[in-house]
Design a protein around this ligand. Structure first.
Ligand code: NAD
Length: 293
């Protein structure tokens, strides 16, 4: 644990929020997991518990470490619960309007000294910071999915981020045993600036009938040695998140090469958002995933 940061607040108990809570609690931090309702926080806690249990059965952690980590996690649907946090990491839906609304709701309850970070995949840190009461203590801490497995964390400073904020965030992330890269504050930073256009292109390849879901994913797994096919990866990220990132790239860089594929838009409109809802480019509701096209 780092000296100045001991208590962590996490906003959003979805895929990423529960994963961030998991690694923080295992590293000894007290964590408050906050979301809009008790149902959402309970679902996040369930996800966190089952990941800990999987790590326990593969002997990556001991029963005592599992129990201690779980005991460090509290949940709440009240913003006041974030009042003791030294660092609050916002990992809510990838939508700038949602994130701004959250900052308006939570900032009055935070300690004046608290650092506020966003796990956004693509949205301008400078713009998000400007909508808070603490632009100098705001920055991007971008974890990868699944958080307990993926080694990388991208750190992004906004134009107003103070050196002390960046140093504290860096020291905190180092205690989580992650590797840090830093990125300038440009749309989608480094990882998603490169990854999402590839995924979007895979969806165009499907849309234009060049290949089926299965042939596209097999081609990229065996032909480019990717551990997961791009459509499988899109489902894993969440198709709503993929679409938001492409929209941020398209709007922010004003280049038509980033236009989101209409088929991606259609899947999101259908509510087929990928693994988290049981259906996307694959249907996950049976024993094995079945391509939906
Ligand atoms: P998700 O849909 O699984 O979870 C989002 C959570 O935010 C939900 O539980 C929702 O209830 C909550 N939320 C929405 N409005 C809220 C509010 N007003 N107050 C509190 N909570 C609210 O999404 P996710 O995949 O966990 O993504 C979360 C963030 O992490 C996004 O910014 C996304 O870009 C980023 N991210 C995602 C991935 C990925 O692969 N999915 C990877 C890195 C970063």
């Amino acid at each position: 644990m780092d000296g100045s940061i001991r208590k962590i607040g996490i906003v959003g108990a979805g895929q990423m929020g529960s994963g961030i809570a998991h690694v923080c609690a295992l590293s000894g931090y007290d964590v408050t997991l906050y979301d809009v309702s008790d149902e959402r926080t309970a679902a996040g806690l369930d996800r966190l518990t089952s990941t800990l249990d999987r790590q326990l059965s593969s002997q990556k952690i001991t029963p005592a470490e599992r129990d201690a980590a779980l005991a460090r996690v509290a949940t709440s649907s009240q913003p006041q619960a974030l009042g003791q946090a030294d660092l609050v990491i916002e990992a809510a839906t990838e939508d700038e309007i949602v994130k701004r609304k959250i900052y308006r709701e939570i900032c009055p309850h935070l300690k004046p000294s608290a650092i506020l970070a966003s796990n956004t995949s693509s949205i301008s840190i400078t713009r998000l910071a400007a909508s808070t009461d603490r632009a100098e203590r705001f920055m991007g801490i971008h974890f990868m999915n699944p958080v307990p497995v993926m080694k990388l964390v991208e750190l992004v400073r906004g134009i107003a981020t103070e050196d002390a904020t960046f140093a504290a965030a860096r020291a905190f992330v180092e205690t989580l045993d992650k590797t840090i890269t830093t990125s300038e504050d440009f749309p989608a930073f480094i990882v998603n600036r490169i990854l999402l256009p590839m995924i979007n292109e895979a969806i165009y390849t499907l849309y234009e009938g060049v290949g089926s879901v299965e042939s596209i994913d097999t081609a990229m797994r065996l032909g480019a040695n990717h551990p997961m096919g791009p459509l499988q990866l899109a489902d894993f990220i969440g198709l709503d998140t993929c679409l938001s990132i492409m929209q941020v790239l398209h709007d922010g860089l004003a280049d038509s090469k980033y236009r989101p594929c209409p088929l991606l838009v259609k899947y999101v409109e259908a509510g087929w958002l990928g693994r988290k809802v049981g259906r996307g480019f694959y249907d996950y509701r049976g024993e094995t995933p079945v391509p939906t096209r």
